[in-house]
Design a protein around this ligand. Structure first.
Ligand code: SF4
Length: 277
């Protein structure tokens, strides 16, 4: 019947900017290092490594003189270390993540507690917690929210890529736990639009394809959202991962979306595979 591609699919503003700026820097600089993989997508990582951009886990491992801070951002300790090492730093922290850092740092200035809704091991969360000047907690689901101690006051903020419903579901529990709760919805616009559109699309098609790196947490979240609405949802990194007979485009409708770290060429490849019949 039809193949529908989400309008808000693939690289978000923050990731696109980070990839383009890092590539631009590689025109004039050698041995550029990124603190952690620039994007959670193996195809992009391979292309970046071909032009001399490699990931390291800490500033002390940077082989050359130039280092890129990816869109996920880092904590102040990493900036200090880069400064001490005298490295040239290209800071490509996404403006939405920077805003989150500022909110958290300002609120916790006097040692007040921060509760961050997100995945404790996600690089954006790890970096953000570095800006907290007092006690902090991370909360990933309702059970973790219920397990928090009672508090007099705290700030609740969210990882920028948390699905909006998750934040909305957790917030009432936090309001019960904290007498004076300041809530800051810091989910970025790109995430809200992508999730919203994916939900509408998943509800209107027979099968869904979510394109993106298997290690990308925002792609996984997108997949889980679509799967909860359209049981025939598949997560693929590339067109070759689509099993033969996944869907019959002559009799079925197929929706396609992609995570924020998925490059245009991967999305195009999947769309071409589904439409070239
Ligand atoms: Fe920035 Fe949002 Fe993209 Fe994260 S998902 S890099 S916060 S635009």
């Amino acid at each position: 019947m039809s193949v529908q591609v989400a309008r808000h699919a693939g690289f978000c503003m923050g990731v696109r900017r980070a990839v383009l700026e890092a590539m631009k820097a590689a025109d004039t600089e050698k041995d550029i290092a990124t603190i952690g993989e620039l994007v959670h997508n193996p195809e992009v990582i391979r292309k970046l490594s071909e032009i001399g951009i490699h990931a390291v886990t800490s500033p002390s491992e940077v082989p050359g003189r130039t280092v890129v801070i990816r869109s996920h951002g880092v904590g102040p300790d990493v900036y200090r270390e880069l400064d001490t090492l005298g490295l040239k730093t290209i800071d490509l922290t996404c403006p939405y993540v920077q805003k989150l850092h500022t909110i958290v740092a300002r609120y916790s200035e006097t040692g007040r507690t921060v509760i961050l809704v997100g995945s404790a091991d996600h690089p954006e969360v790890v970096g953000t917690l570095g800006w907290c000047k007092g006690r902090f907690y991370t909360v990933h689901d309702l059970a973790q929210a219920e397990a928090l101690p009672e508090m007099d006051e705290a700030l609740a903020a969210s990882q920028t890529t948390v699905p909006h419903e998750e934040w909305e579901a957790i917030l009432p529990v936090l309001r019960r736990k904290v007498r004076q709760l300041t809530a800051e919805d810091t989910i970025c616009t790109a995430t809200v639009l992508r999730q919203k559109e994916a939900r509408t699309l998943a509800a209107s098609v027979d099968a869904m394809l979510v394109v993106g790196g298997l290690d990308s947490s925002n792609t996984r979240r997108l997949y889980e959202t679509c799967k909860s609405i359209c049981p025939r949802t598949l997560l693929v990194e590339r067109a070759a991962d689509i099993p033969p007979g996944f869907a019959d485009i002559h009799s079925e409708s197929i929706g396609i979306t992609a995570g924020a770290s998925t490059p245009d060429w991967s999305l195009k490849e999947v769309v071409t595979r589904m439409t070239d019949k």
